[in-house]
Design a protein around this ligand. Structure first.
Ligand code: ADP
Length: 237
């Protein structure tokens, strides 16, 4: 059971993929808790299970065994309808590629989500949080890569999610643009209070988190708290 302190709590998570006769053990007995509003950086080599972990916590993949409690409910026991509601109302995702609808403006891309969410903010407010108030009526092709990613962040937070999961959000961006995207994520975390997990290959980014998890071979092999969390523009490279 989750207590009030933890928004999400996973116990004994395992995931085995089967490719024909071959089995891949993507997660091995992972335990994890996160507090409300925490900003967590997830590091580890390619293939160590980071994306699998995030996808299972976010209800877009199923664990082979183990439990995940979100606000006291075991989402691993959910049927499809409850899992859809969990993803739709409580989890914001940001991926490496922005997946915006090219024929819709920034505002309309965000409104796609606010129209179906249970507790949305106004699309203008979400775009203001990521610093794009001056770009509401621009189409994706009229925005830089970093601006498109900030629209994707606005879309993810516009539902007021308790959880904001980001898989390599700066992976396709140069470092100066990446800092702007991280600033948008830090502000999204601060102003919405969403517990934020960011997968990255860039160890520098751990300076802006409250805690770093390091994955290797399907396990969390190291957890380090960072009491002196920095702002993205203060990171030393
Ligand atoms: P990371 O995000 O750390 O790069 P992943 O979670 O993507 O790692 O992958 C962990 C392991 O699981 C890898 O060996 C990967 O090849 C395997 N894997 C991931 N997704 C699938 C899938 N859908 N089918 C089969 N194997 C998968």
């Amino acid at each position: 059971m989750t207590s009030g302190e933890f928004v999400i709590e996973a116990q004994g998570l395992t995931k085995t993929y089967r490719n024909g006769p071959r089995k891949v053990q993507a997660l091995r007995d992972v335990d994890f808790t996160a507090r409300r509003g925490e900003f967590i950086v997830v590091l580890g080599p390619s293939g160590s299970g980071k994306s699998t972990f995030l996808n299972i916590l976010g209800g877009i993949d199923h664990a082979t065994s183990g439990s995940i409690h979100f606000e006291g409910q075991d989402i691993t026991a959910f049927g499809d309808a409850d899992l859809t509601r969990y993803r739709r109302d409580h989890v914001g995702f940001v991926f490496q590629f922005y997946n915006l609808v090219p024929s819709l403006t920034a505002l309309e891309n965000v409104a796609l989500v606010t129209e179906i969410a249970a507790n949305p903010m106004r699309p203008e407010e979400a775009l203001d949080i990521v610093g794009l108030s001056a770009r509401l009526n621009h189409f994706p092709a009229q925005l830089s890569g970093g601006e498109q990613q900030r629209v994707a962040i606005a879309r993810a937070i516009a539902k007021h999610p308790q959880l904001l999961f980001c898989d390599e959000p700066t992976g396709a961006l140069d470092s100066a643009t990446g800092v702007l995207v991280l600033e948008a994520l830090a502000e999204a975390n601060r102003s919405t209070g969403a517990t934020t997990l960011i997968i990255t290959h860039n160890a520098t980014i751990q300076q802006i988190g409250d805690r770093t998890l390091r994955f290797a071979d399907g396990r969390i092999v190291e957890e380090v708290s960072n009491p002196t969390r920095k702002r993205p523009d203060q990171m030393s490279w």
